[in-house]
Ligand binder design. Structure first.
Ligand code: CA
Length: 230
């Protein structure tokens, strides 16, 4: 599955090496040379994952990680810190700042890819190809198919992504703004009522097997996928 990765690295050669490898693996890469530029990107669209160099001009990578973790909107972005420092206490400082993992330079592209995969699996399961199943509803990202009690259900691409996110973040209430950020990747240029339209389509698609009951409206807050509908 293609993932949007924001690479914050000031050394052009390393940035290029990382970007080429990520793009080769089918991901979309956004490049920033410092924390301020990265924050500008994040403001308009949330990336699926960020690779952050520790030593950056201006705001350091660790300070950037800490800042992202303090903001409710950006708290959930999976973060991997890149660093030339291999001291144990640096590693601890990086993880305390909120990084999900820590890769020491020089690293092989293969190692970096493996770490990215592991972090996504842990922090953003909707970005992996692992199938998810709840109450007889099964969604398989690798084949892009959804089954209700074994019966194939017909979902549009947006409804598919929406259901994937909701199922991998079940029992939690998501506001329309959060869903736009997480599913559309854009909370600035898409209207919130767009979410309602796609929730309606999603329910309709799940109706044939009664799985629409799993998608709940939480009045005044947003939507929730529950394993145990009323
Ligand atoms: Ca650097």
């Amino acid at each position: 599955m293609a993932v949007n990765i924001l690479v914050v690295e000031d050394e052009p050669a390393i940035q290029e090496l990382i970007a080429v490898n990520l793009e080769h693996a089918g991901h979309h890469v956004i490049r920033a040379r410092d924390a301020e530029t990265a924050l500008g990107f994040v403001k308009s669209a949330l990336p699926d994952l960020m690779l952050i160099d520790w030593m950056l001009p201006g705001i350091s990578g660790v300070a950037l990680a800490r800042q992202l973790r303090q903001d409710e909107r950006t708290r959930g972005i999976p973060l991997i810190l890149l660093t030339a420092r291999s001291e144990e206490q640096d590693k601890v400082a990086g993880l305390e700042a909120g990084a999900d993992d820590y890769v020491t330079k020089p690293f092989s592209p293969r190692e970096l890819m493996a770490r990215i995969k592991a972090v996504l699996r842990r922090r953003a399961p909707q970005m992996t190809d692992d199938p998810v199943e709840t109450g007889g509803l099964r969604l398989d990202p690798s084949t892009h198919r959804v089954f209700g009690n074994g019966t194939p259900l017909d979902l549009g691409p947006t409804e598919f992504r929406l259901l994937h996110f909701l199922m991998t973040h079940a029992e939690r209430v998501h506001s329309r703004a959060q869903l736009l950020d997480q599913v559309w990747g854009d909370h600035v240029f898409v209207e919130e009522r767009t979410v309602d339209v796609h929730i309606r389509r999603l329910r309709k698609a799940l109706e044939p097997t009664g799985h629409d009951r799993h998608v709940e409206t939480v009045r005044g807050s947003g939507y929730r996928f529950t394993a145990l509908p009323p």
